[in-house]
Each structure stands twice: as C-alpha cells, then as structure tokens.
Design a protein around this ligand. Sequence first.
Ligand SMILES: NC(=O)c1ccc[n+]([C@@H]2O[C@H](COP(=O)([O-])OP(=O)(O)OC[C@H]3O[C@@H](n4cnc5c(N)ncnc54)[C@H](OP(=O)(O)O)[C@@H]3O)[C@@H](O)[C@H]2O)c1
Length: 272
Amino acid sequence: MANSSSTAFIGIGVMGEAILTSVLRTVDPQHVRVADGRVEYARERAAAHGVRAAASNTEAVDGAAVVLLAVKPKDIGAVAEEIAPAITPGAVVVSVAAGISTAFLESRLPAGTPVVRVMPNTPATIGAGVSVLSAGTHATPAHLDQISTLLEGTGAVYRVDEPYQDAVTAISGSGPAYVFYLIDALAEAGVLGGLSRDLARDLAVRTVAGAGAMAQQTGEHPVVLRERVSSPAGTTVAALRELDERGVRAAVIAAAETVRTRSIEMGRELDS
Ligand SMILES: NC(=O)c1ccc[n+]([C@@H]2O[C@H](COP(=O)([O-])OP(=O)(O)OC[C@H]3O[C@@H](n4cnc5c(N)ncnc54)[C@H](OP(=O)(O)O)[C@@H]3O)[C@@H](O)[C@H]2O)c1
C-alpha cells in the first residue's frame, strides 16, 4: 500500500537535487527515498540531505505515493518500464523530463497511472524557481493540487495544458541559462571598463536580481520600467539602441524558439 506521504526521487542529478533540496523545506526527510544510476552516489546525496537511499529504482518506488522521475529524456522510457511492476496502485508519477509527453509515460506504466508532467528550473534550489504542471489522462485536479503542494518549496507553481509545455521549456526551463549568459557578458564589460572581476560580477548579479525583483514586485510592464531608466539623449537610451541595432531582442526570441522546436523534436524522436 502507498504511504500517502512518501516520495521517491529517481535521478539525483542537477534537477533532481534542486527539487529535492526545496521539497525538504516542507516535507519530512523520513518520507523521502532517492535512487540514482550510481548507487554509491545516491547514498552520498541521501546522507547529505538526511533522506533514505534505495539500492534500486524499484526499491525506491515500492510503497511511494509520489514517484518523481528526474533522469535525462533519453533514459526515462527505460526507467518507466523498469519501475512499472513495482509502482503502488494509486501512486502519482511525476516527470520533469523536457519534451517527454504524459502519453509516452502512460504507455509504459500500469494502466490508469496518474502522470503529471512538470517543467521546473534550477532556481528551485533556492526556492526561487518556477514549476509548470500539466496533467496526463488519468491525473485529476486533486493530483495536480497534491503535486503543487509537494513543489511549493521550490518557488512559484503554475499549470498549463500540455501542448504549451514546449513553450514553457523555452522560457522558464532554459531561461536561467540565458540570464547567466547576460550576467557573464555584463561582468565582462565591467572588467573591460577597468573594474575588478569580483566587483564586476557582483554588480552584474545584483543588477539582474534587483531588476527581476522590481519587475515582479511592481508588476509594471518591462517597457515602462526600461523607459524610466532611459533619460532623453542619455547614456542608457544609447545602449538600448545599440542592443536593438545588434539584434539582441530578435536573438533572444530566436534562441527561445530554437528550444521550443528542439523540445518538440526530442519528444517525437523518443516517441518513434
Ligand atoms: N538542468 C535543468 O536546468 C533542467 C531544467 C528543466 C528540466 N530538466 C530535466 O530534468 C531531467 C534531469 O536533468 P539533469 O540536468 O538533472 O540531468 P543530470 O544532472 O544528468 O541528472 C540525471 C541523473 O539521473 C541519473 N540516471 C541516469 N540513468 C538512470 C537510471 N536508469 N536510473 C536512475 N537514475 C539514473 C544520472 O546518473 P548518471 O550520471 O550516472 O547517468 C543522473 O544522476 C531531464 O529530463 C531534463 O530534461 C532539467
């Protein structure tokens, strides 16, 4: 029988550990079990988080009410087939794999298994992430509520219909990488201007964090916030013209579109 509060994590890599870290803000570690391809590594990470390590994926899912799959998309089909016989009836299977549909998982799991697809992002590690949920065929609003509650320590939780998950992947799933890229470029410009590397990086990080927090807290449109920083004939408006002339806005949109297309392709490749 499923222990109504127990959660199994399969795959303790970058994203599995980010979610585990935050889930443990609200969930008792005694109710969490982890498994990874490398058993020793799973033991080490389990000890670091005060949770239990399972010797195998099937041992981890035995009796769990929620099974969270955080392995790479290429591995998830095999993992779903491996754990299928050990899943407790009524358990919810959650997948964070980019591009993998709930239908793909449902076809490998026992008939009727509720599947929830989630696109998280790495700021989940510090409770400042975004997780976007979609229900599979057998997942009810109550299952989505259950997983929203489980993930509330990771940051904001939203819901979309599954076809929008590829667009979500392009914005919030991959988005932290675009922002880190911007931070690095800004810091480099500071070094070029003669600042020490440490100071340049701190200024860049705090500027991005402060601007993000301001956009979130004021709720103002980014164009309005941008215009307030740009006085007529001033320095900032000249910088913004340079960004436009160099196609930065178009490049950001094109980069996100590439992710969306790749996410769709990955799903198709694995489905075929
Ligand atoms: N990283 C992100 O920013 C991000 C954002 C959104 C969604 N995601 C999704 O999160 C998932 C995990 O990505 P990641 O970046 O965390 O990858 P990762 O760091 O490579 O983690 C995957 C983990 O799964 C383990 N694993 C592989 N095969 C396994 C198996 N058969 N059974 C149990 N564990 C197994 C891996 O162990 P080995 O190293 O030994 O193979 C590794 O520890 C992906 O599906 C990805 O699409 C990631």
